[in-house]
Design a protein around this ligand. Structure first.
Ligand code: UT7
Length: 327
């Protein structure tokens, strides 16, 4: 018995913000952004909601899976940017999809969120005897960006992806490696401390409240270590079976570094950062869906998903890809 991905989908916002758009608002250049990150454009939410994107990507995943949505017993959304602080994004999607009974919850683990969500879904499916689960990765990170800070606003985008998991005969998800350590230096933080009642002293509030603050070079160093550590652990745990890697898309240079250090050719890493930038927890399910629909991901491939991000968190998992070839 195993747990496999039997359907996937993704939905991006309509609005495309190119590097030229960014040149208009901060002191940056198309050349700098491409050279230092590999990003050419990103999608940003304008008149959509994150719930709409997450619902549409889930509908597409359910269609591919050819299941009755009422069979879904668990909905986990990896996100930290739900349209409503409560209910959870997973509950909003459950409502929009009209799933009468399921366990909905959000999971916040930064850009590693989707890996954590898949691992959590697998454990709950096994312990609570759930046959089918919907796992979403969705983030609306642009609402937390400081559009005057060129060091961060050029790096991120919005989007959503989803997969359907099912228990069955095929192996599907294999080895799982999760890890985390305290962000002592506060290298990647969105501060939410604020006065919430009349007696609280506002002088303790952070001036950069609600804005993403990142120490780029420190995060870069952490990310390079985390991605290589995760690939090496997964190789060790799976007996070096990994053929292709779908990594978190934070910077093309981090992926190139991982390719060199792990001695896995760059062509075996899926890369779409040029189109979407870093979409946080949405990155991996978007990449999975595109990699399959473009024909890069083929039936029988032994793949590894690898993520890293705020927390600090990192981790990955191996998956035997069981869906028939899309093209
Ligand atoms: O998903 C969460 C994980 N996030 C990450 O993994 C991100 C990790 N960090 C990075 O990818 C890179 O550190 C960045 C892309 C954020 C920055 O690249 P870098 O090569 O480390 O540049 P830097 O921060 O060392 O800055 C180099 C120069 C600085 O100018 P000075 O001080 O040398 O004059 C920056 O002010 O580049 C400048 N700079 C920019 N210039 C034009 C920084 N951002 C920009 C910009 N446009 N957007």
């Amino acid at each position: 018995m195993g747990i496999s991905i039997i359907g996937c989908g993704h939905k991006m916002p309509k609005f495309v913000a190119t590097n030229k758009h960014l040149e208009e608002i901060v002191d940056t250049s198309n050349e700098w952004i491409i050279k230092r990150t590999g990003i050419k454009q990103r999608r940003l939410i304008t008149d959509e909601t994150l719930t709409e994107l997450a619902t549409q990507s889930s509908k597409d995943a359910i269609d591919i899976a050819q299941i009755d949505k009422q069979d879904i017993g668990l909905v986990i959304a990896a996100t930290f940017t739900s349209d409503t602080s409560t209910p959870a994004l997973a509950s909003n999607v459950q409502k929009e999809l009209g799933i009468e009974r399921a366990i909905p919850m959000d999971l916040s683990a930064g850009c590693t969120g989707f890996i954590y969500a898949l691992a959590t879904a697998k454990s709950l499916m096994e312990s609570l005897d759930i046959e089918t689960a919907l796992v979403i990765g969705a983030d609306y990170i642009s609402k937390y960006l400081d559009w005057e800070d060129r060091k961060t606003c050029v790096l991120f985008g919005d989007g959503s992806g989803a997969v359907v998991l099912k228990r069955g005969e095929q192996k599907g998800i294999g080895s799982i490696y999760l890890n985390g350590k305290p962000d002592v230096e506060e290298v990647l933080v969105i501060n939410d401390k604020q006065a919430t009642h009349p007696w609280r002293d506002a002088k303790h509030d952070d001036k950069r409240i609600h804005k993403l603050a990142m120490k780029g070079a420190e995060v870069y160093e952490f990310a390079c270590g985390a991605i290589v550590e995760t690939i090496n652990k997964l190789k060790e745990m799976s007996g070096s079976q990994i053929k292709k890697i779908i990594p978190h898309q934070a910077n093309g240079r981090i992926i190139r570094y991982a390719s060199i250090k792990s001695k896995i050719p760059l062509d075996n890493f899926y890369i779409n950062i040029q189109k979407y930038a870093n979409t946080s927890a949405a990155t991996l399910p978007i990449a999975i869906d595109e990699a399959w629909k473009e024909g890069w991901l083929k039936k029988g491939d032994q793949i590894a998903l690898v993520g890293f991000g705020a927390g600090l968190t990192w981790g990955g998992m191996t998956i035997e890809w069981n869906l028939p070839n899309f093209v």
